[in-house]
Design a protein around this ligand. Structure first.
Ligand code: UT7
Length: 324
């Protein structure tokens, strides 16, 4: 038995922020952002919390599937921008879509969140615990972005997307999963407050501790090597090589990282799905957003071998091989 992705769905908030808009906010330029990141625009959630983005993605998934909300057995939302500390964002999604027969919870593995969540749903399905699961990556990173810090504010965006995973007897589905983390690097990317270390306070706000802090260049240097090596591990488990890969869906953090991974492993650049130009870095949402786009535009076809890989705060990295 395998777990197979049988439907995808996505939602992007209406408001678009261009590089030219950012030129008016911080000392940056469209040219710098395009050349150093590949980003042209990003979507920004205004009045919608993360659960609303996730619920709209979930409704799109259901619309593209043969299941109704009452058939769903599990909902996992991967996010670093939950609606509130408790309850879990996934419960707001459950209520909004009316999936009352499911159980629901959130996970946080930052930009690797989608693959981590997929691995949990995959394990539950393989063990027979559930027959299906909706797995969503959803973020409103604009809410934890320091809009005065040019080294971070130009790279993030908001959005949500996900998949329906179902038990299947065929040979299509998830072939391998590899997850890694290293707690020695928690200072590379973090949002220090509010939390149990630094509770909510006027001082935390004044110190701008409530926003993303990132050592971008150090993170960049580790990303290419880590993504390449975890991808090889996942392909080895599936008994495959990079030459077997039809499509690579990498976490969309920086176009130069994706190009660097493709070059390092000898993958044709055209096989890398690129959506960072119009979505920017949406953390846990970036891989399912790219996947949904690649399916809806007819790139990924039945039987294709799709390599998913990610790298994020801090540090988490992961890969999965899927026969579509
Ligand atoms: O999502 C998963 C985890 N995150 C990542 O994987 C992010 C990885 N990192 C990156 O994508 C890149 O490091 C960034 C896009 C964040 C930054 O690009 P970079 O090429 O690493 O720039 P840098 O930090 O080395 O800075 C180079 C220069 C500096 O100026 P000086 O000191 O050389 O004069 C920066 O001050 O670029 C300057 N700079 C900017 N200039 C214009 C930094 N940000 C900007 C900006 N506009 N927005």
């Amino acid at each position: 038995m395998r777990a197979r992705i049988t439907a995808t769905g996505s939602y992007l908030p209406e408001k678009i922020l261009t590089n030219f808009d950012l030129e008016k906010m911080v000392d940056t330029s469209d040219e710098w952002i395009r050349q150093r990141t590949g980003i042209e625009i990003r979507h920004i959630a205004e009045d919608e919390p993360t659960s609303e983005l996730a619920a709209k993605a979930a409704l799109d998934i259901l619309k593209n599937s043969s299941l109704s909300a009452s058939d769903v057995e599990l909902i996992i939302v991967a996010t670093v921008t939950p609606d509130q500390p408790l309850p879990a964002t996934a419960l707001f999604v459950q209520e909004r879509i009316g999936a009352y027969n499911a159980f629901a919870f959130d996970i946080n593995a930052a930009c690797s969140g989608f693959i981590y969540a997929l691995s949990i749903a995959n394990a539950y399905i393989l063990s027979g615990f559930v027959k299906n699961a909706i797995v969503i990556g959803a973020e409103t990173l604009s809410k934890i972005t320091d809009w005065t810090d040019r080294s971070t504010c130009v790279i993030f965006g908001d959005g949500a997307a996900g998949v329906l995973l179902e038990a299947t007897d065929g040979d299509r589905g998830i072939l391998s999963m590899v997850l890694h983390s290293d707690g020695r690097y928690t200072d590379l990317m973090r949002v220090p407050a509010p939390g149990s270390r630094i509770p909510c306070s006027k001082e935390a706000i004044e110190n701008r501790d409530i926003y993303i802090k990132m050592k971008g260049n150090e993170t960049f240097k580790m990303a290419i090597r880590s993504i390449a090596s975890v991808s090889k591990e996942a392909l080895d488990i599936a008994g495959m090589d990079f030459k077997d890969v039809d499509w690579m869906i990498c976490h969309q953090a920086n176009k130069r990282i994706i190009d660097g991974v493709a070059r390092r492993v000898g993958l044709d650049e055209d096989k890398a799905i690129i959506t960072i130009d119009r979505h920017a870095n949406t953390a846990a949402a970036s891989i399912p957003l790219a996947m949904d786009w690649a399916l809806k535009t007819g790139k990924i076809k039945e039987g294709d071998i799709v390599l998913l890989n990610s790298f994020g705060a801090s540090l988490t990295w992961s890969a999965s091989v899927v026969r579509w």
